[in-house]
Write a protein that binds this ligand. Structure first.
Ligand code: GLC
Length: 419
């Protein structure tokens, strides 16, 4: 099939395939591999120029606990995440599944079991969609670098890549996301044979979503370490480390707070995008407690405020304005105001172009009333009888829902009202 025809078919089938993902909003990324044992970032082999002979023994010393993926999946579920993406092979080249393509894998070496299968089973057990991360770049395969220079090496490396991807797409049941990474050293999708390979992936997994890192746009963009919306109409997912490193790194101590993650979710929601938040499990597979300390309150926050986050949202940019006390997201005729700087008993919002029918606080309980009384006069909405303090104790972000008579829109401009 011609590349252009392939892309046309992908575009045509996308709206249906991607619906669940657009509504899911929030997923867990898991970076786990041999590098976790060193605890100095997943790029440690490259950054420290560790010779292969010194790195390879990590394959034998790796001894994960029993089924750690159940711990990740349980936590993801508790945190309000709807899907997971796990590194099946990172740049180091070690395969976490039972592959015929190389002996450098988790079944033949240290763990002596198929860690990808355990992961898939854990996703099923906890009701999460299943994503596979796969690094095209490979520092272990003898042709991983040579493929750019030599035709025979190129053919061998393409065959190896095909073999790996086919196994992953055939042996583990339904896979929801294929998340490619780093396409060094080949400089075009033609050299990677991406259209051919991805067409085969889609034959094997007709519902699958593929990210944009095999040098084709495919289904969604992947802004990294920044929650930034891509062009309108383009699906996107921001992938974020929790503490600056994807792989386990005990010296990385700057963990994002629960509140910071809520802000990421707010930006993703307002921009019609997703958030894929990473955890780097310890070498044994257990999850660092810093992740628990932040994700459990986040899960509670989402239990109260999830309505603003999940589902088919629209882009708020260009329709709603910035406000001193918080920001907006939109779903149908509902506008959600994410108040992170609580104003006290009254909150006044200017410039709304639609009639508000009802105002309410999403997360209630502890004597916090759901219903908010309000007055709407031309150009001003005044919400009254609010609590003195921000009612949200989990992240300091309380969400106010405005149910409107028509599509939400706000116009303020930069000047003052001229009478
Ligand atoms: C980068 C890094 C890699 C990480 C990935 C996640 O491309 O090379 O280590 O897995 O980002 O998005």
């Amino acid at each position: 099939m011609e590349t252009a025809e392939y892309i046309r078919q992908v575009d045509e089938t996308r709206p249906e395939r991607i619906r669940w993902w657009q509504e899911a909003r929030f997923g867990m990324f898991v970076h786990w591999g041999l590098y976790s044992q060193l605890g100095r970032h997943e790029w440690v082999m490259n950054r420290e120029r560790i010779p292969l002979a010194d790195y390879e023994p990590l394959a034998d010393s790796w001894q994960p606990i029993e089924r750690p993926a159940r711990e990740w999946a349980r936590l993801a579920r508790q945190a309000g995440m709807k899907y997971m993406v796990m590194t099946t092979k990172h740049h180091e080249g070690f395969c976490l599944w039972d592959t015929q393509q190389t002996d450098y894998n988790a079944v033949k070496r240290g763990p002596r079991r198929d860690l990808v299968r355990e992961y898939v089973e854990a996703c099923h057990e906890f009701g999460l969609k299943v994503g596979f991360y796969y690094s095209l770049m490979d520092w272990h395969h003898p042709d991983g670098a040579r493929c750019a220079l030599d035709g025979a090496a190129h053919r061998r490396f393409m065959d190896f890549t095909d073999g790996c991807v086919q196994e992953l797409m055939t042996n583990y049941g339904k896979i929801d996301v294929l998340w490619y990474d780093v396409s060094w050293p080949l400089t075009s999708p033609e050299l990677w044979e991406s259209a051919r390979r991805n067409a085969l992936v889609r034959e094997l997994q007709p519902g699958i979503l593929i990210n944009n890192r095999s040098q084709l746009d495919e289904d969604f963009g992947t802004p990294e370490e920044q929650v930034t919306a891509e062009r309108a109409g383009r699906n996107w997912e921001a992938c974020m480390t929790f503490n600056g490193s994807w792989g386990y790194m005990p010296s990385a101590v700057d963990w994002h707070s629960t509140r910071a993650v809520v802000f990421m979710l707010r930006t993703a929601t307002a921009g019609q995008g997703n958030l894929l938040l990473n955890i780097g499990p310890r070498p044994d597979g257990s999850v660092p407690e810093q992740a628990y300390e932040r994700l459990l309150p986040l899960g509670e926050w989402l239990a109260g405020n999830g309505e603003a986050v999940y589902g088919q949202v629209e882009r708020a940019g260009g329709r709603m304005e910035w406000m001193p006390c918080g920001y907006w997201s939109i779903k149908g005729n509902d506008a959600y105001f994410w108040a992170d700087k609580w104003p006290g008993k009254e909150l006044t919002i200017g410039g709304l172009q639609m009639d508000v029918k009802r105002a309410s606080l999403l997360a209630t309980g502890d004597g916090i009333a759901e219903e908010i009384t309000f007055e709407q006069v031309p150009d001003r909405l005044i919400l009254k009888g609010l609590s003195e303090e921000n009612p949200d104790r989990l992240a300091g972000v309380a969400v106010i829902k405005l149910e409107c008579a028509s599509a939400p829109r706000q116009v303020l401009g930069a000047g003052c009202v001229v009478l």
